[in-house]
Design a protein around this ligand. Structure first.
Ligand SMILES: NC(=O)c1ccc[n+]([C@@H]2O[C@H](COP(=O)([O-])OP(=O)(O)OC[C@H]3O[C@@H](n4cnc5c(N)ncnc54)[C@H](O)[C@@H]3O)[C@@H](O)[C@H]2O)c1
Length: 252
């Protein structure tokens, strides 16, 4: 098992990519602090982990609140002794993304990443190191649609990843980010209501001929969290089926 004996926190782990990461980490031997603002979803993730024989604890903490982020880390340390891995995955609602709610996008995606990282760093320093994995997006790399606040927040997550990686290399704390392309999760449901064909219509953008699944990101997060990535820090790991490689082909 690749995370045997490790303690991890995954934010926004009640559903989607965060849940897949929490399940995957638990399957690989980690004890997981499952964070979400939705009690029902967070409890379901913990139940899925414990039903599979793993160990997890649900903590309702709003990552946009610095005091809540501190409480998330403190509760995890009180329960499991330390924190070796943090995955900053939480995102505001799809409505806030689509409506360019700047406050919500910056507060959850960008400041939330900073709050949780700042809370966990002293714990990782005391433990002699750790791994932080930030979930950014291809929207932080290329222009895709008019969700400017989300794109700017995700671009900020990439910059924050690099800046913090430089600051904490000396502490043996590795800080990397993942930029997923389209991943089939519940966030797409409001968009599917507007256009039931949306996922079929964007699939041809992808050189691999498919959109992604939560496990595609969970596998990348597992690698970055594990000792196999011991020389990786400040990296921007693009997991997007080739989207940002380009998909323009000469018509010959
Ligand atoms: N799904 C995609 O196509 C896609 C693509 C690129 C990047 N991403 C990124 O991957 C991550 C996960 O995406 P997803 O599709 O699984 O999202 P999701 O909306 O399905 O899950 C997000 C979870 O975060 C929780 N949450 C919301 N606000 C919170 C807060 N303030 N504090 C703690 N938890 C909070 C929600 O309750 C929810 O359970 C996000 O960072 C997202 O931007 C997703």
């Amino acid at each position: 098992m690749r995370l045997n004996g490790k303690i991890a926190i995954v934010t926004g782990a009640g559903r989607g990519i965060g849940r897949a990461i929490a399940l995957q980490f638990a399957e690989e031997g980690a004890k997981v602090g499952v964070d979400d603002v939705n009690d029902a979803l967070g409890t379901e993730t913990v139940a899925a982990i414990t039903d599979a024989g793993g160990e997890a604890l649900f903590i309702n903490a709003d990552v946009s609140d610095a005091a809540d982020a501190e409480r998330l880390v403190t509760r995890t340390v009180e329960t499991y002794g330390t924190v070796n891995i943090l995955v900053n995955n939480a995102i505001c609602s799809t409505a806030d993304v689509l409506n360019n709610n700047w406050e919500a996008n910056l507060a959850v995606a960008l400041q939330g990443t900073s709050h949780c990282s700042n809370a966990v760093i002293p714990v990782m320093q005391a433990a002699g190191g750790g791994s932080i994995v930030n979930i950014a997006s291809v929207n932080g790399l290329i222009g895709l649609q008019a969700i400017h606040a989300y794109s700017a927040a995700k671009g900020g997550v990439i910059a924050l990843t690099r800046s913090m990686a430089v600051a904490h290399g000396k502490d043996n704390i590795r800080i990397n980010c993942i930029c997923p392309g389209t991943i089939q999760t519940e966030v797409w449901e409001p968009m599917i209501e507007r256009n039931p064909q949306i996922l079929d219509e964007i699939t041809p953008w992808y050189p691999l001929g498919r959109i992604g699944q939560p496990m595609d990101i969970a596998n990348a997060a597992l690698f970055l969290a594990s000792d196999e990535a011991s020389f990786a820090t400040g990296a921007v790991f693009v997991i997007d089926g080739g989207l940002t490689a380009g998909n323009h082909q000469f018509p010959i």
